[in-house]
Design a protein around this ligand. Structure first.
Ligand SMILES: [Zn+2]
Length: 83
């Protein structure tokens, strides 16, 4: 359980903005919260409309008018991850 490589500890930067992320995470707290909210929303959607794919869900949320910018950023990242 030792952390062997400490030489390259650099402050992590969020993949989506210039904010610092928490150690070991690739997203800042705002974007990681948006991702959590997104996944929670998907679980709810899946119960209501079973069979909706993750990608299908992302597309729906992205085009919804009340989707916040943080969430949209995360969706863009997720979409590029799942090509
Ligand atoms: Zn961020």
């Amino acid at each position: 359980m030792s952390i062997a490589r400490t030489t390259s500890v650099v402050s992590m930067k969020c993949k989506l903005c210039a904010r610092m992320s928490r150690e070991g995470e690739s997203l800042c707290r705002y974007h990681s919260e948006a991702l959590v909210a997104l996944k929670r929303g998907y679980e709810r959607w899946n119960e209501a409309y079973s069979g909706l794919s993750w990608i299908g869900y992302l597309n729906r949320v992205k085009t919804a008018h009340d989707t916040g910018q943080w969430v949209k950023d995360v969706i863009t990242l997720e979409q590029s991850n799942t090509t």
